[in-house]
Design a protein around this ligand. Structure first.
Ligand SMILES: O=c1ccn([C@@H]2O[C@H](COP(=O)(O)O)[C@@H](O)[C@H]2O)c(=O)[nH]1
Length: 667
């Protein structure tokens, strides 16, 4: 099969085996959690920044579960909540696009991944991310389809879109939602995006500081019916001061009107695991990225005289939240909290929701109707079946989209931040080389080039193993056009990269063009290799001797938030931009051997997401009019150079590339 990636005899993967659920070829985690979750009165499972990773991480054992495995887990957890007599809410903080082939190889992107996201997943509240707003077609898809599918659960308190039918600005979703949970908690919820400014001008974002003054917000916080807890979702960092977070602004506006009411914040955007104490009855969670992490939050302390909660103070037979959100204050409120960051794999899901996952079973994933377990109850069977159908549909979509097609073998893992910037195995060393080789217009090949790109164009590490169509999107998902300014004097061009990095990366902007335009772009809308990896079974309280690298989180509650214990992964700073020179004459005529010749002029080649930052650093009299399409055809994007590079340079080991499956200790 040349269009699939997985456990098929004769196929490139070394791991020839048959699994049910997860995606074919995906690996099982070697070890998992050892402590049950603490259940309170209000419990929340939280996702954020999924960016299309619904197939799971096929090359990484620790994050190998797919959306189907997750669906079964959530169903099982909802049943547990029901039997404990408490509430479990499922919330998402946005950014569903730009990260994998499943989300980005369709037109518009998200066409299939959104459908999978919506279909079986019982979210209670969701909000919008900046990646839903870079391109107008994605913004309209979010407005017309995603938002409508979720109805009043989709909260976009400060994000509007121009409704083409009414020619009026309209919120993409709802501004807020007041509701009562199954067990009587009266909740007022908001969804607030950070002050994002690189959005398509078919949309508009109200700064949080202005939003909190708007009538609807003031009316919502002064709602006539009782409010037991405020939930503030946001694609917006949980921690004040990080990544332009405006959560504190929203929190302060609510606190002013409600000095003691719990305010629970579920943030996103910074791609981190984090937990922040705002005050004695307000905390904020952030739950990572890319379907690597699933956040767990719980609290208790609601009683019948101060809230509408009808269930038990502490659910029985399970651990309960036991930490106060205090910094030594007296007269603390009655609220107790817990938080946990779960690794996204079936071992985790089955540990916390026993029987929800198919583990170590040998019936083909593609025949979910054959799946049964003699010991499984009917309910357990049904919930497994539900997820199995989702997993199967992901598998068939992947086949339709050709995402498993293998183009070559990645010889070693290339890291975005896992090794020093521009080290031999840095993602940017590889990308600079691939750009220099592939991004050449034959008609201008004799003119030396300077390639510059934003480091943010690369979204994820490129793991050793088969290089598939999916990996091409995972590495470079953005459809930014390759553009250039011809024949820039070398004296002007040579300092541009350094100046851009000194200034730091701006928010960038997706440029939208008339599809027929040629020449100057015209805007249409304004603007570890395996470490002795011995399988250790299901966690079960056993001390894990050999740790794999992964998340080691320190937050306001300390260092015990990670559900599965890991060795710390290296993380290095990277600048906003990287680049390389290409096509420079090797030797100066008549000069000393080994001395590079400085050209008189160069073609300055970059991508149109960074037009503004590049022009600013170039200075002089250059304007947008000087920017032309570099490649032919002119619609050549950053998605187009990797596959040919791999086909030409990475054929060693084909067709049986090896997968390491674990993150090596690096650095
Ligand atoms: O068209 C695009 C859009 C975005 N980027 C890069 O992505 C980051 C933002 O991603 P988050 O997940 O929201 O952090 C942005 O800063 C750009 O570096 C891009 O390159 N092209």
């Amino acid at each position: 099969c040349d269009s699939c990636y997985g456990p098929i005899e004769g196929h490139a993967s070394k791991h020839v085996r048959v699994v049910k659920r997860m995606q074919p070829g995906a690996l099982d985690a070697r070890y998992g959690p050892t402590r049950p979750l603490q259940w309170g009165q209000l419990n929340v499972l939280h996702t954020s920044d999924t960016h299309g990773w619904l197939s799971g991480h096929i090359k990484e054992a620790n994050y190998g579960a797919d959306w189907g495995d997750y669906v079964s887990f959530v169903s099982s957890m909802k049943s547990t909540a029901e039997s404990l007599g408490v509430d479990l809410l499922l919330v998402d903080s946005g950014d569903l696009h730009d990260g994998t082939g499943l989300s980005d190889s369709t037109t518009p992107n998200g066409e299939i991944s959104n459908e999978i996201f919506v279909k079986q997943t019982k979210y209670d509240l969701l909000t919008i991310g900046n990646h839903e707003l870079y391109a107008s077609e994605v913004a309209y898809q979010t407005f017309n389809n995603f938002s409508r599918a979720w109805g009043d659960k989709y909260l976009t308190s400060n994000v509007e879109i121009m409704n083409p039918e009414t020619q009026e600005w309209e919120h993409v979703g709802k501004t807020h939602k007041y509701f009562t949970t199954k067990h009587g908690l009266r909740i007022m919820a908001f969804g607030v995006l950070f002050d994002f400014s690189a959005n398509t001008n078919a949309s508009r974002i109200t700064k949080a500081a202005d939003m909190v003054k708007q009538d609807w917000f003031q009316q919502a916080i002064h709602h006539p019916e009782p409010i037991d807890v405020f939930l503030v979702l946001g694609h917006n960092s949980a921690r004040p001061g990080r990544q332009a977070s405006t959560m504190k602004t929203v929190y302060s506006a609510i606190r002013e009107a409600h000095p003691n009411t719990p305010i629970q914040i579920f943030g996103g955007h910074s791609h981190m695991r984090d937990f922040v104490v705002y005050d004695q009855s307000s905390t904020a969670s952030e739950s990572g990225r890319y379907c690597e992490s699933l956040g767990w939050f719980s609290m208790s302390g609601f009683n019948s005289s101060t809230s509408g909660f009808t269930g038990p103070l502490n659910p029985k037979g399970v651990p309960n939240p036991n930490r106060t959100a205090t910094r030594g204050e007296r007269n603390t409120p009655p609220f107790l909290y817990s938080r946990r960051y779960l690794d996204w794999n079936r071992l985790t899901f089955d540990y916390h929701a026993p029987g929800s996952q198919f583990l170590h079973n040998s019936i083909a994933h593609s025949h979910p109707n054959l799946i049964s377990s003699p010991s499984a109850s009917n309910t357990s069977f049904q919930l497994k079946q539900q997820g199995a159908q989702v997993s199967s549909s992901i598998t068939s979509y992947r086949q339709q989209l050709g995402l498993g097609k293998v183009y070559g073998c990645v010889p070693q893992t290339f890291w975005v931040t896992g090794v020093p910037f521009m080290a031999p195995n840095s993602m940017y060393t590889f990308l600079a080389d691939a750009m220099a080789h592939q991004i050449v217009n034959p008609k201008r090949a004799k003119i030396p080039r300077v390639h510059i790109s934003n480091t943010g164009m690369a979204r994820f590490d490129l793991h050793k193993g088969p290089f598939t169509m999916d990996d091409s999107y995972i590495t470079s998902p953005f459809p930014s056009l390759v553009v250039y300014i011809p024949e820039v004097p070398w004296e002007k061009a040579k300092g541009v990269l350094e100046r851009m990095n000194k200034k730091g990366a701006g928010q960038g902007r997706r440029v939208e063009y008339n599809t027929t335009s040629t020449g100057a772009p015209k805007k249409v809308l304004g603007k570890r290799e395996e470490i002795m990896g011995v399988p250790v079974g299901n966690g079960g309280g056993r001390k894990q001797e050999v740790l794999e690298v992964g998340y080691t989180t320190e937050d306001d509650f300390g260092v015990d938030g990670d559900d599965t214990v890991h060795e710390k992964i290296a993380k290095y700073e990277i600048p906003g931009y990287f680049g390389t020179t290409a096509g420079f004459p090797e030797w100066k005529k008549g000069g000393r051997k080994g001395r590079k010749q400085e050209p008189r002029v160069v073609d300055l080649v970059f991508n149109d997401f960074i037009n503004d930052d590049l022009l600013a650093a170039l200075g002089g009299n250059y304007t947008a009019e000087d920017i032309k399409f570099y490649m032919e055809p002119s619609n050549y994007t950053l998605r187009d150079f990797l596959v040919p590079y791999v086909e030409q340079n990475w054929q060693e080991g084909m067709p049986r590339c090896e997968i390491s499956g674990l993150r090596p200790i690096v650095g």
